[in-house]
Design a protein. Structure first.
Length: 551
């Protein structure tokens, strides 16, 4: 589905008198004088504001100064997507003329969204349209100055893009303003990229965690709070479990080191997902689920890695990167898998500089008009090949097997066979990579004949499967011989170790060897590695969760 810039009526719908009366039950009427700031740029947990009389300006603030983006009229409301999850505001609301408003505090605002379907649809729909417009025009108070040849620049841009945070990108090699700024600030090469937030805050080659903390991408961690349900991994399984559990009134916190979507979030187009006949990108699907989860009050911790799960206390404890800890009456392990890398000497030198593990619009721009290689025979590789063929001059698909029939969906095989600029190389593997800082040449080899070819190709996309992300679980729950989490009927008496199973019932279907700790999605032993099945597993966990909490 093609995105079209929204109209003013979509961005700023007029409320009816009945809707205003309903909103009035959740907030209080206030009067404000001209010049007052209702919501400051960068503030968190801002009130939802409905304008009854007067005028309120939406102001953009960045290094270039302040700009009035729009002026609210009576019966319109302020706010946008960041308000739903307690993130930092990326716009300022300023009173342009003496005004009267309805002001609704965050807890009451969340109750409103949960209790009134009509207003929830109107407000959330408007928030989504506003965020999409902000992304389109780079209206977010963030500028990234970096280099298209920098792996850290790509990492930073991907982190902001996957988290749906609007930003402007300036390339030091192509933009004179960026080059001048880097020189004026005395930025050293190793400090690129830099991120400028608002009018003055500058981060030099920041980590994802530093960016998340600066922009307020995470919900504040309450001291010593005990959640009903703590989830690790915001892929399809984790997001589904979060939405269903929170919609049923449970307190839920979800931790992810990167962004909502997991591996599915990197898919350019999922064409066989139920209900989307023209396909849906993984990022769009994850973004919708993320909005749903925030609507029901899920707390998100983004950019922080779960380092350990402690099972030796009354309640499981998640230890996070940086030293914080989260306690949950129950836990869901939905940490998915980590990309597998080809066993090619020196390949790590070119990661983000010609070797990629996802194929988004960002990477597709790099190989426009050039040759590219896709390695792998699964659906992710097929989706990437089809997508990249629309940008690259030619796409070479390398698979270790004879062909694609045993590992890829038929619709993708047919799509690839119809591409005039794609070639399948069966029984072939990547054998070598070379370049000076950036990937410049590759060598592939036929596994049967031994014949090798060397080509001046600068872009390689790797989709050769993944290993379970369970390194942080050792000593807490039982794993199978490949490192996946064992659950339900797959558990054997020896899996429980010295800690006996203390209840008379058997483990639930998605329960691990530790009572109250569940697993779903790609990380679970025996799971079907598909987006739809991961969503289903996340949803199915919730009834078992209720049964456990009632014990």
């Amino acid at each position: 589905m093609n995105y079209q810039s929204p109209t003013r009526d979509q961005l700023f719908p007029k409320l009816s008198e009945q809707q205003i009366a309903w909103l009035g039950q959740y907030g209080e009427r206030k009067r404000h004088k001209q010049g007052e700031t209702l919501v400051a740029f960068g503030s968190q947990n801002a009130n939802f504001t409905v304008l009854l009389a007067g005028a309120i300006a939406i102001v953009r603030r960045d290094a270039g100064g302040e700009h009035v983006v729009a002026v609210l009229e009576p019966r319109e409301f302020g706010g946008e997507f960041s308000m739903m999850g307690g993130r930092r505001s990326i716009a300022e609301l300023r009173v342009e003329a003496d005004s009267e408003v309805i002001s609704i505090a965050p807890p009451q605002f969340r109750r409103l969204l949960a209790s009134n379907a009509e207003l929830s649809e109107l407000i959330v729909g408007s928030f989504i349209q506003r965020r999409m417009a902000m992304i389109e025009y780079g209206f977010g108070g963030v500028r990234i100055i970096g280099s298209r040849h920098s792996a850290d620049t790509l990492r930073l841009r991907e982190f902001l893009t996957r988290n749906g945070h609007p930003h402007v990108y300036l390339d030091v090699e192509r933009d004179g303003e960026a080059a001048d700024l880097v020189k004026r600030l005395d930025i050293r090469p190793q400090e690129v990229p830099i991120l400028i937030w608002g009018t003055s805050q500058l981060l030099r080659n920041p980590s994802n965690r530093e960016v998340a903390e600066c922009l307020g991408l995470s919900s504040p961690l309450g001291e010593k709070r005990l959640y009903d349900f703590a989830i690790v991994g915001a892929g399809p399984a984790g997001l589904a479990a979060a939405v269903y559990a929170a919609s049923e009134g449970l307190s839920v916190i979800l931790v992810d080191v990167q962004a909502p979507g997991g591996q599915a979030g990197t898919s350019s187009n999922i064409e066989n997902y139920l209900g989307f006949p023209t396909g849906v990108s993984g990022q769009a699907l994850a973004g919708r689920a993320f909005v749903q989860a925030q609507k029901f009050g899920v707390h998100f911790v983004i950019g922080r890695e779960a380092r350990k799960l402690r099972c030796d206390e009354e309640y499981p404890v998640l230890e996070l990167e940086g030293g914080d800890a989260i306690r949950g009456r129950s836990v869901l392990i939905a940490s998915g898998a980590r990309y597998r890398k080809p066993e090619v000497p020196g390949i790590e030198r070119f990661e983000g500089r010609g070797i990629y593990y996802r194929a988004s619009h960002m990477e597709a721009q790099f190989c426009a008009g050039e040759e590219a290689i896709v390695i792998g025979g699964g659906n992710s590789a097929g989706q990437a090949a089809v997508f990249l063929a629309g940008h690259a001059r030619h796409v070479h698909i390398l698979v270790r097997g004879d062909g694609l029939a045993e590992t890829m969906s038929r619709y993708l095989i047919e799509r690839i066979e119809s591409l005039p600029n794609a070639t399948l190389h069966g029984r072939t593997e990547l054998a070598g990579v070379d370049g000076d800082g950036l990937l410049a040449r590759v060598r592939w080899r036929n596994r049967v004949s031994g014949e090798a070819q060397e080509r001046a190709i600068r872009h390689v996309f790797v989709f050769i499967g993944a290993d379970p992300n369970t390194h942080w679980l050792k000593g807490c729950v039982a794993l199978d011989d490949k490192g996946f989490v064992k659950t339900g009927n797959d558990l054997r008496p020896a899996d429980f170790g010295p800690e006996p199973w203390k209840v008379r019932r058997l483990p639930h279907a998605f329960e691990t060897s530790r009572r109250g700790v569940f697993a779903a999605g790609d990380v679970r032993s025996g799971s079907v590695k598909r987006v739809a099945s991961a969503v289903g597993e996340g949803a199915i966990v919730v009834p078992y969760l209720h049964a456990f909490l009632q014990e």
